[in-house]
Design a protein around this ligand. Structure first.
Ligand SMILES: *Cc1c(COP(=O)(O)O)cnc(C)c1O
Length: 381
């Protein structure tokens, strides 16, 4: 660190320089994040010093958090759900499984607990397994890249603490057969966590309804990320539990704060992101999100029709604004699109393909120009 502070001008100039090296979202087709809504940014700035780790000091922000949780609990069909705002899907998944494990171990002795997840589960579950010392059992996918129920059933044993279903998989945007998973969870008396980190702000706003939430009685917890399709600022995730018992299993005593207990993984926690999420959800309303989702879906369909012209097809029919494409040599195409055309796209592992996410920052002009560039790359591969 420098001994003497730099001048304001100098720092701003360094920041500008650094910012210019960041990608602008207008070349990004790989990210599940986007520009936050301007009202979210404004709220974020207004609450910038607010610390939800010691919310006795920030009662106003705490009330906003209660409102956010209430809006999401209602959206996800269980007004009595309890939870808190996390830093995102990863923390929500860690805490959901930690609670599952704690409650399971309170009920029964078990040397080596395991968790059954779809093969398409987000990599955060590998972290979950490592941190919590829970064995991860990956169930295979069916032809539609949703988890195979037979495979799930074959992996469950007496040490299985629970199941995970994905409502909008990161790679393929597919929704697992959550109704069936819910039935299995009820029958086996185990937990069912739904990872709707991405899909939570998409599925409720699609024209076709999709059952993935607390409406299904076996679902015990849900992760949903306002900082993805919710258009809030980073870091905004939300974790909801069906019953307060599950949240209670995460309790820690906090003797020197204004509040005596904490259920969160992190201590100090952004109140700014809470205010941002409140502001954008209130501003958008269901109607606003329906409109955003419908625009993204329209562009997704447009992209697919343009790709058909150059004989490129999806690996699976998209449910949401996530598209996995069947192409020769996805890695090569990805790196050439980046090097020669300055596009950021992503790939899927199994099956191997090119992956695009049609976020709210994507425009029809971007798609037209992308398809043209992809065509060029394909012609010389
Ligand atoms: C993005 C995502 C996550 C991880 O969320 P972070 O906010 O990056 O921690 C987890 N699960 C799914 C399905 C996701 O799409």
């Amino acid at each position: 660190m420098n001994e003497k502070g730099l001048g304001r001008k100098e720092i701003i100039s360094i920041l500008d320089q650094s910012k210019s090296q960041d990608f602008k979202y207008n070349r990004v087709l790989s990210s599940m994040c986007t520009y936050p809504h301007e009202i979210a940014v404004q709220a974020h700035m207004q609450f910038i010093e607010s610390n939800m780790g010691d919310f006795g000091l920030f009662k106003g922000t705490y009330n906003l958090e209660k409102e956010v949780l209430s809006m999401l609990s209602n959206l996800l069909h269980h007004p009595d759900a309890v939870g808190y705002t996390t830093t995102g899907g990863t923390e929500s998944n860690i805490q959901a499984i930690r609670s599952m494990r704690n409650v399971f171990l309170q009920r029964s002795k078990c040397e080596k607990p395991n968790l059954v997840v779809p093969d398409s589960a987000h990599f955060s579950f590998d972290k979950v397994s490592d941190i919590l010392d829970v064995e991860l059992r990956k169930a295979s996918l069916d032809d539609n890249l949703r988890v195979s129920i037979d495979s799930v059933l074959s992996l469950i044993d007496e040490n299985t603490i629970g199941l995970v279903g994905i409502a909008g998989s990161t790679e393929f945007g597919q929704v697992d057969p959550i109704k069936k998973l819910s039935e299995i969870a009820r029958e086996k008396k185990i937990f069912l966590h739904i990872d709707a980190a991405f899909g939570g702000f998409v599925l409720p706003f699609l024209d076709e309804s999709c059952e993935f939430d607390f409406m299904l009685p076996g679902v015990t917890s849900i992760a949903i990320d306002p900082h993805k399709m919710g258009l809030s600022t980073i870091p905004s995730g939300v974790l909801l539990f069906r019953s307060p018992d599950y949240l209670e299993s995460l309790r820690a005593d906090t003797p020197y704060l204004t509040v005596s207990t904490q259920y969160t993984l992190t201590g100090t926690r952004s109140g700014a992101a809470v205010a941002a999420t409140y502001a954008v959800m209130k501003f958008m309303g269901k109607e606003g999100y329906r409109k955003t989702v419908s625009q993204c879906m329209e562009l997704t369909r447009y992209l697919l029709s343009r790709l058909t012209e150059i004989n490129i097809h999806p690996l699976v029919e998209p449910v949401m604004n996530v598209v996995a494409l069947e192409v020769p040599e996805p890695d090569l195409i990805r790196s050439r699109l980046a090097k020669e055309y300055n596009w950021q796209v992503s790939i899927t592992q199994n099956p191997h393909g090119l992956r695009l996410v049609i976020m709210p920052h994507v425009t029809i002009e971007m798609i037209d120009s992308f398809v043209q560039d992809l065509k060029q790359v394909l012609q010389t591969i």
